[in-house]
Ligand binder design. Structure first.
Ligand SMILES: Cc1cc2nc3c(=O)[nH]c(=O)nc-3n(C[C@H](O)[C@H](O)[C@H](O)COP(=O)(O)OP(=O)(O)OC[C@H]3O[C@@H](n4cnc5c(N)ncnc54)[C@H](O)[C@@H]3O)c2cc1C
Length: 527
């Protein structure tokens, strides 16, 4: 019964139904024309579940025809007037609260990386009335020193095996190519993503050739321009490649390459701030929620939870600030498994939905940058070798970067981001030098490590609501391809929140429930 209900799919979107915060300070009710959000009953999973109604909060409707944005504006205007009248009124050393998050927000997004910011962007872009949804992004590290986004290698490709991944990437590339139409901010200079449309070149051994052929069929069906190449054709086009052990290659003819992740991150940040999204520098440490115990028709017991408050520990302080909210988005990347645990996800008997964890954990990946005067020229694509090693050009000065994912047994300790230089020597360079003989002589100039937001179940994204913690939405687990999927994933998550279903790309195979149902969304093209 429960399994059947989970397969049935998504219910009406929480935001689309005018869900308010505990305090009732939400602006959503206004947008819906429903006279405020107090007492919003929500039944996101099954229509027979009704949540307790809320007490009255501040009454937006008493403020005449003011929207919440107008109301905030009025309040701050009045405050300014009072301050200017009172002697020394502008001086408030003991209660400077500008660094604190607001006391309530319709949506709290945990994580201000590219995925969290994209969700914020699409929520504001798709809201029915400007200023209708109050969105807060909580980010604990404003330097992004460990964020996957800025430590990634910035690649985008359509060479995946799952139609959903191909579609996500196709939309994202359209977004990136027209970045200044999506992210332009008045009076700010246009963004330059430094997009290098040099393509991806996947090489397959005899063993992988049939899979590659099948993948390319799917890619073409979905609208990607990819060609298959024999070893002879490969030698002709890229004479610097040694085709030994290569039976087939697939090469992206357009919309594949790499770009500057930092520029995308900053562009999104700048844009969402201009759209009224609030930012807070702090760490989400706790959720306060209420529970509803239920029994399904077949006698299975389930507990539905709803988060009411997010506790944010403000930087350089032991204090926390509670933020009342209607929806929490878990976009904490490699740390999103921990955020799910904080919400009680996975705390239940093994084998039950309650006991099913979010299988996302940090996995350390090294990137090495080397110089090779005789290396491939400007036409070089990103090359993915059958061994798992990959490389691409970096800039114009015969510099290259690349790496290789370790085997499951060799996974390094994710406790820090130190680089293992022997790993390059032993596991990466031999494959590179075999594939590109010029790489036999190279000089490593730099290296770094970053975390994949690694989904141990099937290495694919987790998108959409949790079936039991009904107001936690996921946008995480993208493993090695979250940067390129972020623009499209943000839109998908916003659609589900606002409309209750995926509208442009059906990402049902990426719902959380697959972990309980044991249904893998298996992607074969993982780097
Ligand atoms: C070496 C490497 C190469 C990669 N190459 C590519 C590539 O070529 N193409 C591609 O598409 N993808 C690539 N990826 C994957 C991609 O970088 C990630 O999937 C993507 O950046 C995830 O974005 P995010 O916003 O979810 O995570 P992040 O950028 O990590 O952002 C999550 C944020 O959440 C914050 N956070 C965590 N916990 C809390 C908390 N409790 N409170 C407040 N904030 C919190 C963190 O500080 C962090 O800034 C690569 C990754 C790595 C490591």
């Amino acid at each position: 019964m429960l399994r059947g209900a989970l397969r049935f799919g998504l219910g009406p979107g929480l935001l689309g139904r005018g869900l308010g915060t505990h305090r009732g300070g939400s602006t959503l009710g206004k947008a819906e024309g429903s006279g405020g959000c107090r007492g919003s009953g929500v039944s996101p999973v099954s229509s027979h579940v009704t949540f307790r109604t809320r007490g009255p909060g501040p009454r937006w409707e008493d403020s005449g025809s003011l929207g919440a944005g107008d109301w905030d504006g009025k309040v701050s205007e009045i405050k300014k007037k009072i301050q200017s009248i009172l002697p020394g009124g502008a001086w408030s050393p003991l209660c400077d609260t500008s660094h604190l998050p607001p006391e309530h927000s319709d949506v709290v997004i945990v994580g201000g990386g590219v995925v969290g910011l994209s969700v914020a962007y699409w929520l504001k872009r798709l809201e029915k009335q400007q200023g209708a949804i109050r969105v807060l992004v909580v980010e604990r590290d404003h330097t992004y020193s460990q964020a996957s986004t800025v430590l990634s290698v910035g690649g985008i490709r359509q060479q995946f095996s799952l139609p959903e991944n191909i579609q996500l990437s196709l939309f994202s590339v359209e977004f990136l190519r027209n970045i200044n139409e999506y992210l332009a901010v008045v009076d700010d200079p246009p963004l330059d993503l430094q997009f290098n449309p040099s393509g991806y070149l996947f090489l397959a051994s005899e063993e992988g050739a049939t899979i590659m052929e099948n993948n390319v069929k799917v890619q073409r069906q979905e609208g990607a321009k990819v060609c298959l190449m024999s070893p002879e054709q490969l030698r002709k086009k890229f004479p610097w490649i040694n085709t030994e052990g290569v039976a087939l290659a697939s090469y992206g003819l357009e919309n594949e390459g790499w770009f500057d992740p930092w520029c995308l991150l900053q562009g999104l940040r700048r844009k969402v701030q201009s759209m009224g999204v609030l930012f807070c520098h702090g760490e989400v440490t706790r959720f306060v929620s209420s529970s509803n115990h239920m029994e399904t028709a077949s006698g299975e017991k389930v507990t539905l939870k709803r988060i009411h408050e997010v506790h944010v520990k403000v930087d350089h302080s032991q204090e926390y600030q509670p933020v009342e909210c209607a929806i929490v988005v878990n976009a904490a990347g490699a740390w999103s498994g921990r955020i799910a645990e904080l919400a009680g996800i996975g705390r239940g008997p093994p084998g039950t939905l309650q006991g099913t964890k979010l299988p996302v954990e940090p996995r350390k990946r090294y990137v090495y940058l080397w110089h090779c005067p005789q290396g491939p020229g400007l036409e070089a694509p990103l090359v993915a070798d059958p061994s798992g090693a990959y490389f691409r050009r970096e800039g114009l000065g015969n510099n290259y970067l690349g790496g290789c994912s370790p085997s499951e047994e060799e996974e390094p300790d994710p406790g820090n981001l130190e680089v293992d230089h022997d790993f390059f020597q032993e596991k990466v360079w031999p494959h590179l030098a075999r594939r590109v003989p010029a790489f036999e002589a190279l000089k490593v100039r730099r290296a770094w490590a970053g975390y994949y937001d690694y989904n141990t179940f099937d290495q694919n994204g987790v998108v959409g609501p949790h079936p039991l913690v009904v107001n936690m939405y996921f946008a995480t687990g993208f493993s090695g391809h979250g940067l390129q999927q972020a623009p499209a994933v943000g839109r998908a998550v916003a659609e589900v929140m606002l409309e209750g279903r995926f509208q442009t790309i059906n990402l049902s195979p990426f719902l959380f429930s697959r972990f309980y149902l044991g249904e893998k969304a298996q992607e074969r093209c993982i780097i």
